[in-house]
Design a protein around this ligand. Sequence first.
Ligand code: TEU
Length: 547
Amino acid sequence: LSQRHWWRDAVIYQVYIRSFLDSTGDGIGDLAGVRAGLPYLKKLGVDGIWLSPFYPSPQHDHGYDVADYRDVDPIYGDLAEFDTVVTDAHRLGMKVLVDIVPNHCSSEHPWFRAALAGAPGGPEREYFHFADGRGENGELPPNNWRAMFGGPAWSRVREADGSEGQWYLHLFTPEQPDLNWRNPAVGEYFLDVLRFWLDRGVDGFRIDVAAGLFRHPELPDSPDPEADERTRDSVNPLAWNQPEVHQVWRDWRAVCDAYAEADGHDRLLVGEVSVPTAREHAAYVRPDELHQAFFFHLLSARWDVDAFRNTITEALRDIAGTGSTVTWVLNNHDQVRTVTRYASGPAGEGDTTTDHGPARARAAALLMLALPGAAYVYQGEELGLPEVLDLPDEVLTDPIFRRTGSRRHVRDGCRVPLPWSGLASPFGFTPAEGGARPWLPQPEWFAEHATDRALADTRSFWHLYRDGLHLRRSLPQLGEGTLRWLESPPQVLAFVRGDGLVCAVNFGTEPAPAPVSGTPLLASGDCPVGILPGSTAAWWISDLDPR
Ligand code: TEU
């Protein structure tokens, strides 16, 4: 792999800073904690890190509400600390991606404050979507759009004279007003933001809500507002995935390519592109647009052999024409963790919970690491952390809970601070002496998953990830390259990579014949020669003809 195109098969570790490691003792992770954790990540074997937003923010959505795009929130550190993270990561041979949030800013961003202070129709409001309400006194929102996290996508402001005034659009919370990308000043500003971070040495950007930014110019009513309220998919075709957004990615790509031209190292744009089909998704990944876009369809697939086979087939088919590679992801800070997610699901159990979750999550990890392309690992995934499902209501911080009153899509459970060591909370997450409690309570059973235990136990999730990542580095068949499906028993997914790395996953609960004789190179569970037990994946090097 050329240094130039390092991202094509890189494995990037997502650091949710708030929950990674707390160096100051305030109960909240910070950049100094990230820096202290870099050797751990190096040992794990990832190629780089993606840092969740650390910019000054009132933290209504844990930093996805940015008040200043060119600084560090004091709870996380400062710019000098950020620079040391980049320097140290680079010294260890790891890339650094930062999260950039262009769809909306914080209601405390200077632009929004100015817009509120300004008059209806004035230039300050052109940075956002302000509109008069409907109804006799403008008391109804300008259209029927729903916000992703519940409630109407419009909020009404009080004008300077105290009267009830215009409405502004926010597809997430009211504290996240949507920017108006038809105003050229918005685009200019973000190009400067990109250059600001590139000049500080970052290797690329994870782009939040990359199918957002533009709305239908007329802001017409949605035909099915209830459907739009689902928190998982950008379904309202009037509010998402507009053709104009592609020009933005071309402009951003040109900036990144100019840096790459100068020193021969690509700067990466990876988009969070949530669109209904794999084909629409692939349209964002182009030589002149995004390098990568998270392929969420695999993440959404239930534990089912056909669902996985079809999703992988579609992803590979649709990426083929783009010149890029698929970007696989099984976990992130918005989703129920795989150990818990795969505990329910088919193989005869319907929707009931089974105890196959950990074994399936391990198998899925080996599968993901064997697929052609790049992959993202979310912190704690390498520890096999389950979702924390029983956080009491009063500690939940996710605006989804605040806005909907329902725990259904609440994301706190995958954001509980990591356990590093010891038998009781804070498990080394905060300094030993006098630290505040972690910002979300850690359950007692986190002890089983602490990194010190994981490193000492060769059968841990950690060792599986480590071994998988190290083999990925050393085996030419992995990373980029071909995938050919092999014939296999009904519950088994089997394929061969390049000139003979075979990967097979048994989605069933009963043992199946292994596709290759011989001892696996790596397996997610006990794997006797010739047999692939249920809920297990394995890799073999095979010069034999697959059976
Ligand atoms: O998420 C975008 C998004 O579409 C989410 O609604 C996601 O599908 C949902 O959280 C799943 O439950 C991004 C960030 O990843 C998320 O953390 C932010 O809250 C959101 O943007 C707003 O910036």
